[in-house]
Each structure stands twice: as structure tokens, then as C-alpha cells.
Design a protein around this ligand. Structure first.
Ligand SMILES: Cc1cc2nc3c(=O)[nH]c(=O)nc-3n(C[C@H](O)[C@H](O)[C@H](O)COP(=O)(O)O)c2cc1C
Length: 179
């Protein structure tokens, strides 16, 4: 699949079929994540793949009831927990780059999942402490997000995006890009 096609097809999937996801597919997604860029190539990201129903329930319990992705955490056959080690990145001008490093790895994962016909959904509105306990992650690691992973039951229409001229300028702030 062309990268552009994967970018166009990707959606946040919140309805899943129960079909299992073969481990070799999951490993291909982790491999895509492994190749992401990071601050000084420190690769602060870590992943925990969860299939156990009891652990999935513990993780889902950490999502507030008004989180639209909460049910997907119980429905999907696999959960992917994204963690990062802040010490394996940098803080520069007050900006915490471990969040960016981890996000890049996760986006590689997410786009590779599209190619495998699998759905994902970033779930960050969730208690990091609850997720940490569910997977037994050590204190020094931050829980960044969780994603369900599985075959989509329903693919939603694209959500709206800002227009190009609202997000990008030519040479200086506010000057439109030439067509
Ligand atoms: C950092 C981040 C955190 C998110 N957290 C949640 C979440 O907790 N629950 C949820 O249902 N969706 C969550 N989302 C998904 C967004 O709502 C979704 O990406 C956005 O509405 C655009 O829709 P699309 O991904 O289908 O294009 C999150 C996305 C990102 C990037």
C-alpha cells in the first residue's frame, strides 16, 4: 500500500470485530514503530501488547465514562500500551521531547496497521496509573496512550480538518502559500 493511501484511509476506529490478530502482524507494526526518528536516536518508546481479558478490563477501567473510546478497549482483541522513558529523551526550552518521540513511533504503528487492514485509536484520556498497574510497568516510565487493535467493524467518515491556508504560510506568518 502506498503511504498516501494509508494516510487517507486511517481513521480512529472505535468499533471492532472479535477476530484475533496474529502475533506476526503485531510484530510487523512494532517493527514499523521501531524505525521512527527520535531525539538523539534514544528511542524512548516502549510497547506492551495485551490480549488477556482481565488486564484489558483493568485498562478499560482507567478510561473515564465520557471517553468515546472506552468501549473499544473492551471490544478489541488486542490493546497496545504506549510508554516512554522521559530520561531517554530531552527537555529543550521547556519542551518535553519524549512525548513527541513516542508519538512518532505510535504514528508509524498506526499507519502500518492500516496497511495490515487493522484499526487503531489513540486513547490518551485514561489514567496512566491504572494502565501502569495493569501491565506492571516500572515507575520511571510514563504511560502515553493505549490503542485498541483489531479488525474494524465500522469505518467512520473522515473527520473535518483545518484548511491548508489555516495551518501553513509562505515565508512569514500570515502570508498565503502560492498555489
Ligand atoms: C494524542 C491523542 C489522544 C487521543 N485520545 C483519545 C481518547 O482518549 N479517546 C478517543 O476516543 N479518541 C482519542 N483520540 C482520537 C481523536 O479523537 C481523533 O484522532 C480525532 O477526532 C480525529 O479523528 P480521526 O483520527 O478519525 O481522523 C486521540 C487522538 C490523539 C492524537
Amino acid at each position: 500500500m502506498e503511504l498516501k493511501e494509508a494516510i487517507l484511509q486511517r481513521r480512529s476506529i472505535r468499533k471492532y470485530q472479535p477476530d484475533p490478530v496474529p502475533q506476526e502482524k503485531v510484530l510487523r507494526l512494532i517493527e514499523a514503530a521501531r524505525l521512527a526518528p527520535s531525539w538523539a536516536n534514544k528511542q524512548c518508546w516502549r510497547f506492551v501488547i495485551v490480549r488477556d481479558e482481565k488486564r484489558k478490563k483493568m485498562i478499560a477501567a482507567g478510561a473515564p465514562s465520557d471517553n468515546p473510546g472506552k468501549k473499544a478497549l473492551l471490544e478489541a482483541p488486542v490493546l497496545v500500551v504506549l510508554l516512554a522513558d522521559p530520561k531517554a529523551s530531552a527537555v529543550y526550552e521547556g519542551k518535553q521531547y519524549y512525548m513527541l518521540d513516542a508519538g512518532l513511533a505510535m504514528e508509524h504503528f498506526v499507519l502500518a496497521a492500516v496497511e495490515e487492514g487493522l484499526g487503531t485509536c489513540w486513547i490518551a484520556y485514561i489514567s496512566g496509573e491504572t494502565v501502569r498497574e495493569a501491565v506492571g510497568a516500572p515507575e520511571g516510565l510514563e504511560v502515553i496512550a493505549v490503542s485498541p487493535l483489531g479488525c474494524p467493524q465500522r469505518i467512520p467518515s473522515p473527520r473535518p480538518r483545518l484548511q491548508l491556508n489555516e495551518i501553513a504560510f509562505s515565508e512569514e506568518w500570515g502570508r498565503s502559500l502560492e498555489v
